[in-house]
Design a protein around this ligand. Structure first.
Ligand code: ADP
Length: 356
């Protein structure tokens, strides 16, 4: 079995030695640090699974050490167990946990309690990692399947189109009907595979974030939607769009899905869509308002789940668009929700943190 590694951080040497002894006897591999700086260096170089972190350190305070460990993607997965002196106030505990610590113990700690707490924390982290790995695998699986299906499907659609162009009306009515069915279903499947592919791409863990102009995000989304906009006679207006910290390609998917839906789920009138922006203290609030068919209140949450659709085969779609929007917005540190009145229209809102 691989040894479980612990970084034991305390400026009080006798206490630190005693703790190392207890942990080593319990089967852990232990290294020691007497200062915050030393702790950060060892965490970066050695990557222990857990840090037992004394809060009162002479150089960098333990709370700040914890915060820095959690902010750094290279060390953020390390479990932090804060240890403090005997007279702890509830406020200190709150501050410790708010700095990102996974748990908190106050001295004196019974050796048995320390070891059992560490084992419990590592068990929880192991379960979390297993879940993350299986999630990543599933995501990769969905990507590979849709990627592999995409090309042959594109060929099937293209050849059926050729077949229709060359032979429709030249064989007989049944043949025309078969060609039409094949083409319709190939197009449907192609659309579905594209949606799954977009979903896997837009929700993969990669975080290529930067300064993104939402003016240009909107322009790209509208360029993609030229055809449905023209066909439906949609009138789309917008407030001036700010720049935000984010991923351009993923935000284009959000804009394209929300505007595309406002067109797809239109009522009897031509779609009128307004994209609004409000600046708040530390976030932007975006709204996509339409005059479409509306959504009953009981579905306001469920439609953000993958494959949840309220409309059948009459409207093309795979129920993936809003699930994608939710993942992307949450990855940007925001939230997404909607308000709607049946028969009147819907407004989808989302926030994105400002000033990052
Ligand atoms: P899809 O459009 O592929 O079905 P989505 O995840 O984008 O998938 O949307 C899920 C469901 O939510 C849609 O099937 C539709 O019933 C409903 N919906 C989404 N946007 C709107 C809207 N603007 N107006 C009315 N209904 C909508």
């Amino acid at each position: 079995m691989i040894a479980r590694t612990i970084l034991n951080v305390d400026d009080y040497a006798p206490g630190r030695y005693a703790r190392t002894k207890v942990l080593t006897q319990a089967g852990f591999e232990v290294k020691e640090a007497g200062t915050g700086r030393e702790a950060l260096r060892l965490a970066m170089e050695w990557h222990p699974q857990l840090v037992v972190l004394d809060v009162n350190l002479p150089d960098i305070n333990g709370l700040e050490v914890c915060q820095r460990l959690k902010e750094n993607p290279l060390t953020s997965a390390i479990v932090v167990l804060h240890l403090t002196a005997s007279k702890v106030l509830p406020d200190d505990m709150v501050r410790g946990l708010n700095s990102g610590a996974d748990s908190y113990l106050s001295e004196p700690v019974e050796p048995g309690v320390l070891v059992a707490t560490i084992r419990a924390l590592l068990r929880a982290r192991q379960a979390e990692e297993a879940l993350r790995r299986s999630n990543d695998e599933l995501q990769h699986f969905a990507y590979m399947v849709s990627h592999e299906l995409n090309e042959p499907l594109r060929m099937i659609t293209a050849y059926t189109q050729l077949l229709a162009r060359k032979y429709a009306g030249h064989i007989d009515a049944t043949a025309d009907e078969y060609i039409e069915h094949t083409l319709k279903n190939a197009n449907r499947l192609h659309g579905f595979v594209q949606d799954v592919l977009n979903f896997s791409r837009a929700t993969a863990p990669e975080r290529n974030f930067g300064n993104v102009s939402l003016e240009s995000v909107l322009a790209t989304a509208l360029y993609e939607l030229q055809l449905p906009v023209a066909e439906s006679g949609a009138v789309i207006t917008n407030d001036p769009m700010p720049a935000v910290f984010g991923n351009e390609m993923r935000l284009v998917r959000v804009f394209a899905n929300l505007i595309g839906n406002a067109i797809k789920y239109r009522g009897a009138e031509a779609p009128r869509i307004h994209i609004g922006v409000e600046e708040h203290d530390d976030f932007w609030l975006f709204s996509f308002r339409d005059n479409g068919i509306g959504i009953e209140r009981q579905y306001w949450d469920t439609i953000f789940q993958v494959f949840k659709r309220l409309h059948g085969k009459d409207v093309p779609g795979s129920g993936i668009g809003l699930a994608l929007c939710k993942r992307v917005i949450e990855n940007h540190g925001g939230t997404i929700w909607l308000e709607s009145e049946l028969g009147q229209g819907s407004t989808f809102f989302f926030t994105i943190p400002a000033g990052r």
